[in-house]
Design a protein around this ligand. Sequence first.
Ligand SMILES: Cc1ncc(COP(=O)(O)O)c(C=O)c1O
Length: 395
Amino acid sequence: MKISQRAVQVQPSPTVGMAARAKQMIRQGLDVVSFAVGEPDFATPEHICQAAYQAMSAGHTKYTAASGIPELKEAIVARLRAEVGLDYDADQVCISNGGKHALTNIWQTLLDEGDEVIVFAPYWVSYPVQIQLCGGKPVVIETEASCGFQPDPEEVRSAVTPRTVAILINSPTNPTGAVFDQETLQEIASIAAENDLTIVSDEIYRNLVFNGRQHLSIAMLDEETKARTILVDGVSKSYAMTGWRIGWLIGPKDFVTKAGSIQSQQTSGPSSISQHAALAALTGPQDCVAAMRDEFEQRRDFFAEALRQLEGIQCNVPPAAFYLFPDISAHLGRSLAGKQIDTSLQLAEYLLEQGLISTVPGSAFGAEGFLRLSFACSVEDIERGVQRLKTALEI
Ligand SMILES: Cc1ncc(COP(=O)(O)O)c(C=O)c1O
C-alpha cells in the first residue's frame, strides 16, 4: 500500500521503543530495572479518580466544546494566577489530548512550509519530528553540561535567519532536568523581541522544581514577552495523570482560536471524563503535587550520589524533573563482554541485554555521549540498577 513521504520519514519515538523492548523482556520473565520511563510511577490521586467516576455517573460522557470545557479553562487560568501571578482569560486556553497534542496544534497553527524553529539540544525527542511533520525546520543549538545546559545567547542570535519564526524552550527540560536561569530567559526574550519571534514555552515539568525553588516562566518576565509566548502545560507529570491525556496551550486569543479550529477538525475535544478529572486535580487539594515532588527530590539525591561513586560517569544534579542525564562518553570506544561500544545507543542496548537495565541513549535527545536515567522508580530499584550498572560497566 502507498505510504506518504511524510510518513516514511517518521521514526517511532526511541523512548517508547526502549520502554517497549524492556516490557517485552519483563513479559518473558526477566527482572529488568527500568530507568527508561517518562512518567511518574505514582498512582493518580484517589480524589481525581473519584471525580472521573462521578463525571460518568453525572452523564459527562458526550462530546464537549472542541477546545475544552469552560470550567477547566477557568481552573487553569485561576491556578496560574494564584501560583505565579500570570493573568490570562479563559478564552486564551485550548485544552488538548495531552501536552504533546497541544504542541502539535501549535506547530500546525504557527508554521508555513520552510519556517524555522530554534530548538535547544538536548531536546525532548518529539520536538524536531513534530516540527518537520508540520512543514517546519528545526534549527538545533547545542547546550553543554558544563554550563548546566543553559543556551549561549550569542549562538541563539546568530541562528536567527529571515525564515525563523519561533524559539522553543522547555524549562525544566526533559532530558536534562535543567532550569533556564532568569538571565538566559531574559536574553531569549530580547532576541525574540528584536526579531519579532514567537516563543513556545513547554512548561510541563513546572511543578517538579526542587530545593524549594519557584518555577520561572518566560511569560512572567514582562507583558511584551507574555504577549509573544505560547505556554504548554498539562496534568500528566504534575498529577501522575499521563494516561488521562489532558494538556493545554495558553496564548494570544487569535492564535488560540485558530488552534481550537484545527483541533475541532482533527480530533474534537479531549475526553469529557478526563477533563472532569483534570478539573478535580486543579481545583482540589494540592498536597499530592508537593508530596510527589518531595519524593522525586529524595530519589534524585540518592541516585546522583550513587552514580558519583561510579568511575567514568559525570553527572549534574538536576534542579528539576525526574531524570539524570550523565555523561558516559568515557565508556564509549570500549569493548564490553566482547561487544564494541561506540555510541550511546550501543551502550543502552548492551545495558539492557547484559545488565537488565533499561535506559534511553542520549542520541535520541540530540546528545551523543549521554544516557537518560529516569528516577520515576523506587529507591530499591535505583539501588539495584546502580549495582548492575557498576557490574555491567566492569567498574
Ligand atoms: C518535555 C515534554 N513535553 C511534553 C510532554 C507531553 O506530555 P503529555 O502529552 O503526556 O501531556 C512530555 C512527555 O514526556 C515531555 O517530556
